[in-house]
Design a protein around this ligand. Structure first.
Ligand code: IMP
Length: 197
């Protein structure tokens, strides 16, 4: 099996990536596996800039084909907040405080349209890279609901499903999520041999 280094310390994401890549004959290795315990500062203005920076720094350091992702929530009524800053929206940056702040900011707002974005960058040592974006559209609810997922999932009503993201099982979420959609595009290109790792 060939190896792909995934630029994450999040073991939840690793389960998702291994489920997608193992059937194609690729083994996913995490930053924990290679002993990387530092941090790549995400100071980019776009999801692409952050994902590219992470993939490049890690890929060059370990001389391995490296996949990085950056994601976040875009809320139409709050165009200059969230986005690449989704993780640090509230002062504490906890999921709970982020959700409370979002509800407060949208209290008198009728336009609740929102979407999640996931940007993937697959980087090869030397400079070649491929990038993919996935999205999922929905609306921000007026209260929290659901026990699954993380982050803004309890507030996000998925278009067409009329359910919160946090009401979907992990498998259901992967099928429709921004990360799932970006990953599907990458996997399709690997299967069609547009991309060779
Ligand atoms: P990162 O890509 O891991 O840096 O994620 C950035 C932030 O975006 C997270 O901390 C969450 O607040 C938000 N986010 C990204 N993906 C999701 C998701 O699938 N559900 C809920 N929140 C998400």
């Amino acid at each position: 099996m060939k190896n792909i280094l995934i630029a994450t310390q999040n073991e939840g994401k690793m389960v998702e990536f291994n489920a997608a890549f193992n059937p194609l004959g690729y083994n996913c290795i995490s930053l924990n596996d290679v002993g990387f315990d530092s941090e790549v500062i995400e100071d980019g203005k776009t999801f692409f800039e952050n994902a590219y920076k992470k993939a490049k720094e890690i890929g060059e350091l370990y001389q391995m084909v490296t996949l990085a992702d950056d994601s976040g929530l875009i809320v139409e009524a709050l165009p200059y907040e969230l986005g690449v800053k989704s993780k640090r929206f509230s002062k504490s940056g906890t999921h709970k405080d982020n959700n409370i702040l979002l509800l407060a900011k949208l209290k008198h707002t009728y336009n609740r349209t929102a979407y999640f974005v996931s940007q993937l960058v697959l980087y090869y040592p030397g400079g070649k890279f491929y990038t993919y974006q996935g999205r999922v559209y929905g609306e921000i609810a007026y209260d929290l609901k659901g026990d699954f997922g993380f982050g803004y999932d309890p507030l996000f009503i998925v278009d067409g499903l009329n359910k919160r993201m946090a009401e979907l099982t992990e498998q259901e979420k992967n099928r429709i999520s921004h990360r799932g959609n970006a990953l599907k595009k990458l996997i399709r290109d690997i299967k069609n041999e547009v991309i060779i790792i």
